[in-house]
Design a protein around this ligand. Sequence first.
Ligand SMILES: Nc1ncnc2c1ncn2[C@@H]1O[C@H](COP(=O)(O)OP(=O)(O)OP(=O)(O)O)[C@@H](O)[C@H]1O
Ligand SMILES: O=P(O)(O)OC[C@@]1(O)O[C@H](CO)[C@@H](O)[C@@H]1O
Length: 304
Amino acid sequence: MIYTVTLNPSIDYHIWLSALSQGAIHEAKKEWKVAGGKGINVSKVLRALGEDSTALGFVGGFTGVFIQQQIEQAGIAHQFIQINHDSRINVKIKAENETDISGVSPPVPEEALERLFEQIDRLQSGDYLVLAGSVPKSLPSDMYQMIMQRLRGKGVRIFLDAKGQALKNGLPEEPFLIKPNHHELGELYGVTIATPAEAIEWGRKALQMGAQNVIVSMAGQGAVFVNRNESYLAQIPQRKPVNSIGAGDSMVAGFLYGLTRGMDTEAAFRFAVAAGSTTALSEGFCTREKIEAFIQDVTITFIS
Ligand SMILES: Nc1ncnc2c1ncn2[C@@H]1O[C@H](COP(=O)(O)OP(=O)(O)OP(=O)(O)O)[C@@H](O)[C@H]1O
Ligand SMILES: O=P(O)(O)OC[C@@]1(O)O[C@H](CO)[C@@H](O)[C@@H]1O
């Protein structure tokens, strides 16, 4: 069974403007409101690919009701834990370029946290667990590490898509996969990663710190994959992105999907890159049809 955890879900309010200027009044050309948060996005992409998952996390208030309804309408199983305060609203402004404003995360009470731990304790060998996105401020920054410690030795494969302290703290627990983008990986080591060669070099450092597999996503530059046996570079044709929100989540979902369908590492990585890119290059998330049409445009190079 696949579980996704979104500790800090959101309503993503996508809004299209002709131009964004500080201090001005803007009239939107178009808008969308969708349930968001990285784990939830992974569940959505998996659903679109025909793979079931159960979404876990905290939802609250009128925004939480909306998020839960959307997940149910999408046919995604969930075991959300209700909290009293409103889930966040994250604003995604599309003008000359993309600007994100993330809302304030709601406080999560101790009892809600205990309930999440009870759910985590029920996971079994062979399950996959995706831990993705930010940790609400009221929770300890080593939340993901705490979850992973509870699962030690149980045979659950953990995909960790986090940044900063949450990523750093999680590495010693040997997550099956991490998927930082090149900025997030650079931030971990206090360096700037600008090229795939640098992403491979620093990705290998993350292996030394505990990660079993590392995908470093590099937006329009593609991605690199490293583990102890194999390293690959994925390149994609240069095209203007339409919506890069959720591209990284689509990549995580694509890799997970590939593994569950028995693809080898290289094929799962190729599928993951095609999933990320087709989300970035179209409105809405990737679909199987879009991925299949794009996948031959992904060039994979084996790196020794
Ligand atoms: N401009 C683009 N053109 C083609 N593919 C893209 C583009 N931007 C992103 N992608 C694809 O999506 C993958 C993930 O993108 P990115 O590195 O932006 O992830 P991210 O920062 O985790 O994204 P997010 O947090 O918005 O989900 C890339 O490796 C690439 O395959
Ligand atoms: O603030 P976080 O939890 O790091 O990221 C949240 C978020 O930006 O990530 C998703 C895209 O990856 C969006 O659906 C959501 O708004």
